[in-house]
Design a protein. Sequence first.
Length: 177
Amino acid sequence: MALSFEAKKAMVAEVSVVAAEAHSAVAAEYRGLTVEQMNALRTKARENGVYLRVVKNNLARRALEGTDFECMSDSLVGPLLLAFSQEDPGAAGRVVKDFAKEHDALQAKIVAIGGQALPGSELDRLASLPTRDEALAQLMSVMKAPVEKFVRTLNEPHAKLVRTFAAYRDKKQAEAA
């Protein structure tokens, strides 16, 4: 069923708004997936905060104009679906990677992050990016380490004094016995 001109304009506007706010994007070829599998992929994407849309390549090029993902425009060839990470930069990569493990028909063709288009083989790098909570935990551990080391350093003279007294006490007890 062909889309009317107004429907095409609405789709381009919708994808353009999502792309302007997205952190990363994955374009994947979905040829060979059944309707049930596509619905399962859409459900999984929705659960992970990923906007997933099948868009004709010409409409996708128009939608990506003026966004960080304009770099993908030249590589849009064949039947592709676009997945945009809206909350977590690695979410789209994880959704596509996990779904592709079970369904060989889904193949990542383009990965884009930070205005840079990468080949689909870089999907693992995008999927391995930490979530927001993981990144905050890593940051906090890095920030906490110098303070912990400083406290241990301040505590060491007292601990050494206590160990010295304990060794002296043990020595005296051994001599008395």
